[in-house]
Structure formats: structure tokens, C-alpha cells
Design a protein around this ligand. Structure first.
Ligand SMILES: [Zn+2]
Length: 509
């Protein structure tokens, strides 16, 4: 009864009736915006609050791979405005009930927006907890011909997640945007004998009554798109620590013996990136290989996701891809973009390290590659958009080759302009200053000028936002191919459709 009285209409005045001061200061409760303000995804994320922590409790009733999960999420958040109601993003199968601070809350479910009206309005600055209990979501079959595939997919023995860029809320209710990073705790309840893994560290595991509960904590802030929960007939291999990083790889048990030798390269890759970027930003790292053909790799935080297609490639191709996913732990994961159009920050940097891992940036081989990419600059900018301005939020547009290779070329241009020492200093300062946070292209441009001691703002604006390709410092002889008006692939950047001049068609990674 006490609880009901606390949750129902009490004597406490609601903020709707509250003082003139609130009205004058703009603190009267109003609905939170249905989007966080992303240019490419107007409804992604939400306004009016910031999530600080997700507690995700997920129950897998059986070991059947294609089963739906029965989930409950408690989100601790802070109101950034006085809120009469607010939204979560969710487009799973169903919702059981919603509470705010333990009191039943009214909700409606409109498309991908779960609109929640708490019993009492929230004041600006209030910390509150919203729980969505017994939500359900179902996995789909992986499809390597679909650019994104199913964000929650099943394999012959289990399931895993791949929410990038805008699909984590198809799995669980969230503020689904990398501008709002939060810590995570996972409690995964599976039949005994099934392995469950998630981002971060295993903190407890116990079996009773034929069920095993696995608890993980991701203590450094994480974007929702990078959340990973995989269950199945999986083997966790723990080769120990390297530079203080706890190593952990997860493989399908039937493939563990074959895959393990290919994973042994990772400690040397940690060394290679540590030398260039400083400390690895998390406590754990490793790879999760799922028994599926996904057609992509994904930098889920602390536990990069791969499929068996990629692990079937020769090491000359596989190892640079693994280096790319590891580089993402700094670029994209630790330092997240504030807008999805900033995704070059993730992909351009990860591609830069992938390419320079294979060839020294001062080598002829590397210069020739950059010259080739340079020659395609105007065509790519015309048909795919400038590096930091992809044409649309369609993932085919967002993850286009100009974001990857064009982004790496912009970094090459910056290095040519400021010199290698200043360039390395920019990179290290970027990942240190914005560690665990979100940052924008404008932040990168400002930092590059500050650290190099040169005003490179107009220079980087042209490289990142220009519709034509700027001159390359140090290479006045480099020529840009003319844009052929007959080309007709505008709008969708399927690698098969854009001129590549011998570059390998891009795998999303
Ligand atoms: Zn990538």
C-alpha cells in the first residue's frame, strides 16, 4: 500500500502546477524530443535526458538458436530538461511493463519510439531509473548479401549482436545513439551448458537448477551500437594478460582448434597500436568468431565480431582486417562520433592504421596507393558525398568507400601538411583527450590546429567537406580523374558500382 501511495497521485505538487519561477526559467516540464539531433537519423536517440547506465537482464529459455529473448532493462539516466514524458528507442517484438523509479508508468509504442509518461514529471537534473520489463526480441538469419544483415542473428549453435549503426534498439530499449555513451552490466540467463559472453569483464558465473547466470560489466562508457551479447556452443579462450589488457577470444567450440592459431597475432597488434596511440582504452580485448557468413566484421567494444568467411581469408588479408577492428577500439569505440556523418572518424582512422600496418606510409608502395585513391577523389565525392558528409543514413551510403579510403587519404594529406611528428601527436592527443567520450569532426579540426601549431581548419574543411579534391601537399603532380557525366551510380555506393581502379572491393568492417 505504501508503494501504491508513493507512486499514485500524491499531495506533492506536480511540476505542471509548480511555480512561476519554473515557467520563467523555462523549467516547466515538456516532452523530450524523439531524436537526439542526428542529421542523418532524425529519430535516432532521444532528447531530454542522458543515460548513465544500462542493466540488461536477458533470459534465453532454451538452447534453441532462433529463440526470442525475454529481457528486462533498467536504465539509469539524468534529465537534461524538465520532462513530462520521454522516449526510448525500441522496435523489438513486445513490451511487458514500464516503471519509472519503481512506479508504473504509462507508455505508448509508436513505430520505433517507446513514449513513456512517468506518474510524476521529472525535474531538470533529476536522476531517475526507468525499467522496461519482459521485452522480447527475436533473431534473424544472417544474410551475407544484405549489407547490414540481421542486427540480432542466429547461427547453427547460438546468437550474437551487430547493432551498428542504428539497430541496437531492434534488440533492446535504449537511447540508441553514440552521442550518449553509458556503462553497461549484463546478466545472461541460459540453460546450463550454453556459454554466454558480453562486452567487458566476466564478474560472476553460477549454475543452479539447470540454469547458468553469466554476469558481465562494461565499466568504460559504451555506445549502444557496440553492445555485444553472444550465446551458444562457444569456447572462451583466455591467453592471459598483455600490457595489462586481459585477453579473451570466443570461438565456436567445433572450430576452436582451427581458429586459435589465427588469433595469436593479436598481442603483437596491441603492441603495434600501443606504440602509435598510447594505452589501449579498455581492460579486455579479443575476438568473437561466430559460425556464420555475415559478410562483415564489426568492432563491438572489447570483443570484435567476425564471421567464418573472414577467418577463411589468407592472413595477408585477415590480419590487416583484425588490426582495423583493434584500431576501432580507440577510434569509434573509446572516442565515439557525435553524429553518424562523423563516421569517417571511425573508418578513416581505422583504415589509416590498417593500411600503414601493411605498408610504411613513407614507402613507394603506400604513396602509389594514396595516389590511386587521390585520382578517384572527385568521382567519389560527387557520387558518394564528401568524406564527412555521406549522402544519407542508408548504411550503403554511410559506410561508403570514400569514408574509409577517402578518410585515410585526408589523414595522409594532414600528415603531408604538418609532418609525421605533429601528425602522430594529433592522433595520440585525440584519443587521450576524448577517451570514453563522443567528439565531432569540428573537435578534430580544432585539435589538429592546436596540436600542430598551424591553422589547418580551412585545409581540413576542404579535405573533409569539399565537393572537389584539394591539391595534395608535396605531390603537385597528382591528378584527379574527371567526373564522367555518363556514370549513373549516384545514391548507392555498392562497391561493385563505383570505380575502384584495382582497389579490392570493400568489405564492411
Ligand atoms: Zn571499420
Amino acid at each position: 500500500m505504501i508503494a501504491l501511495s508513493a507512486c499514485g497521485l500524491s499531495n506533492e505538487p506536480t511540476l505542471e502546477l509548480a511555480d512561476e519561477q519554473a515557467a520563467l526559467s523555462g523549467n516547466l516540464p515538456s516532452p523530450g524530443a524523439p531524436g537526439i539531433g542526428d542529421v542523418l537519423y532524425p529519430n535516432l536517440g532521444n532528447g531530454g535526458y542522458e543515460v548513465e547506465h544500462y542493466q540488461l537482464d536477458l533470459r534465453y529459455a532454451t538452447a534453441a538458436p532462433s529463440q526470442a529473448i525475454d529481457g528486462s532493462v533498467t536504465i539509469r539516466a539524468r534529465a537534461t530538461q524538465a520532462l513530462s514524458r520521454f522516449d526510448l528507442d525500441f522496435s523489438g517484438d513486445s513490451v511487458g511493463a514500464v516503471t519509472v523509479d519503481g512506479c508504473a508508468a504509462a507508455y505508448s509504442w509508436d513505430g520505433e519510439e517507446l513514449v513513456i509518461t512517468p506518474a510524476h514529471a521529472l525535474r531538470r537534473g533529476d536522476r531517475f531509473a526507468v525499467t522496461v520489463s519482459h521485452f522480447a526480441s527475436s533473431p534473424g538469419a544472417p544474410d551475407p548479401t544484405d549489407f547490414l544483415g540481421a542486427p540480432f542473428f542466429f547461427t547453427p549453435d547460438g546468437t550474437a549482436w551487430a547493432g551498428q549503426p542504428h539497430n541496437a534498439h531492434r534488440i533492446f530499449p535504449s537511447n540508441d545513439h553514440p552521442r550518449n555513451k553509458a556503462t553497461f552490466a549484463f546478466e545472461i540467463d541460459v540453460p546450463a551448458g550454453t556459454t554466454a559472453v558480453a562486452n567487458g569483464e566476466l564478474v560472476a558465473q553460477h549454475t543452479t537448477g539447470g540454469r547458468t547466470i553469466w554476469q558481465y560489466e562494461q565499466r568504460e562508457p559504451m555506445a549502444t551500437e557496440l553492445a555485444q551479447v553472444a550465446v551458444g556452443a562457444l569456447t572462451v579462450t583466455s591467453p592471459g594478460q598483455h600490457r595489462g589488457v586481459v585477453l579473451r577470444d570466443v570461438t565456436p567450440t567445433r572450430l576452436t582448434a582451427a581458429l586459435s592459431p589465427k588469433l595469436a597475432v593479436q598481442p603483437s597488434q596491441l603492441d603495434w597500436l600501443h606504440e602509435r596511440l598510447g594505452d589501449y582504452p579498455f581492460r579486455t580485448y579479443g575476438s568473437l568468431v561466430m559460425d556464420a557468413s555475415l559478410g562483415f566484421a564489426l568492432e563491438t567494444q572489447t570483443l570484435s565480431l567476425y564471421d567464418t568467411l573472414i577467418f577463411g581469408l589468407p592472413e595477408s588479408i585477415l590480419n590487416p582486417i583484425m588490426l582495423h577492428e583493434l584500431a576501432h577500439q580507440w577510434f569509434g569505440d573509446s572516442v565515439a562520433p557525435t553524429q553518424w556523418s562523423d563516421v569517417w572518424q571511425n573508418e578513416g582512422h581505422a583504415t589509416w592504421y590498417e593500411l600503414t600496418y601493411t605498408a610504411d606510409p613513407d614507402s613507394i608502395q603506400f604513396e602509389q596507393l594514396m595516389q590511386l585513391v587521390y585520382s578517384l577523389g572527385d568521382i567519389w565525392r560527387t557520387f558518394l558525398g564528401p568524406v564527412a558528409a555521406p549522402l544519407s543514413g542508408d548504411p550503403n551510403d554511410l559506410f561508403n568507400i570514400n569514408v574509409y579510403y577517402g578518410g585515410a587519404l585526408a589523414l595522409y594529406a594532414l600528415r603531408q601538411q604538418v609532418g609525421d611528428a605533429a601528425f602522430q601527436n594529433i592522433e595520440r592527443t585525440w584519443v587521450a583527450r576524448y577517451r570514453g567520450r563522443s567528439a565531432s569532426t569540428a573537435d578534430f579540426i580544432a585539435l589538429a590546429s592546436q596540436v600542430s601549431g598551424q591553422d589547418v581548419s580551412a585545409f581540413l574543411q576542404a579535405w573533409l567537406y569539399g565537393t572537389t579534391t584539394p591539391a595534395m601537399p608535396g605531390h603537385p603532380d597528382w591528378i584527379v580523374d574527371p567526373v564522367d557525366a555518363q556514370l549513373s551510380f549516384a545514391g548507392r555506393s555498392s562497391p561493385a558500382q563505383v570505380p575502384l581502379k584495382g582497389l579490392r572491393p570493400m568489405l564492411r568492417h
